[in-house]
Design a protein around this ligand. Sequence first.
Ligand SMILES: C[S@@+](CC[C@H](N)C(=O)[O-])C[C@H]1O[C@@H](n2cnc3c(N)ncnc32)[C@H](O)[C@@H]1O
Length: 255
Amino acid sequence: MSEMGFLPDWLDLREPVDHAARDPSLLARAAECVGAGKAVLDLGSGTGSTARAFKGTVPDDAWHFLDTDEKLLHVAARRHPGSQQIRFNLRNVDALPLDGAGLVTASALLDLMPISWIEGLAKRLYAAGLPLYAALNYNGHMSWTPSLPDDAKITSSFNIHQLRDKGIGRATGPHAASEAQRVFKEHGFDVVTGDSPWELGAGQAALHAELLLGIRNAAAEVGCETADIWLDDRRAILANSTASIGHTDLLAIPR
Ligand SMILES: C[S@@+](CC[C@H](N)C(=O)[O-])C[C@H]1O[C@@H](n2cnc3c(N)ncnc32)[C@H](O)[C@@H]1O
């Protein structure tokens, strides 16, 4: 789900649904982890959606936005005056700039990453004594009302596509949160998770329509021959459909 495009328009389209989806208790506990005078390092920050989800509990000048995409970092700088922007490729997990941070955050990121990277992150954060709040990890569950006979087949093809290498190695895709939970526990963290599904109804028709196209494209790319028919059928009933797209939030605190 995280790979469907990193254009500001797509990120803006999903932001209200992302914010409604986040598990509120994990978000509140994450905000409590930031000590006075400490920074929050937001990995794969995009335009700074995680900072906005914190709703002012952490001031703009405490945010360090880290991303490879210069254009997204410019938008983040404009939206959060006083924040810092760090152009950095997460491939270099051993060189992550953790100095001054009290919390590391990410959203819609872990499912893009390979298991070796998640292990590297857990090692770095444990050595630095830092907690991780990683929200909105796609977890492989998608359902619609009304359902169609091919929903499960399309979901299964989409989930295979999600495992493709996004530049650092084979992605964890729908297994991101469960794998991160296991890895962080093994590396000395207490881990709590919470469900954060996207709930799409009539008010989210634009996002739902974009999502259907993205799902169709991914399923077709891995050889699903009925992806076009499924898309046509879903579009025909879109105005009267709801969708639930599973995500999992995770908070890992070093023991
Ligand atoms: C799905 S977007 C999520 C953006 C933001 N966290 C949000 O929730 O709106 C994933 C972000 O990760 C960034 N990203 C992907 N691979 C990266 C890498 N190797 N190094 C740094 N950033 C990366 C992308 O540029 C993009 O901004």
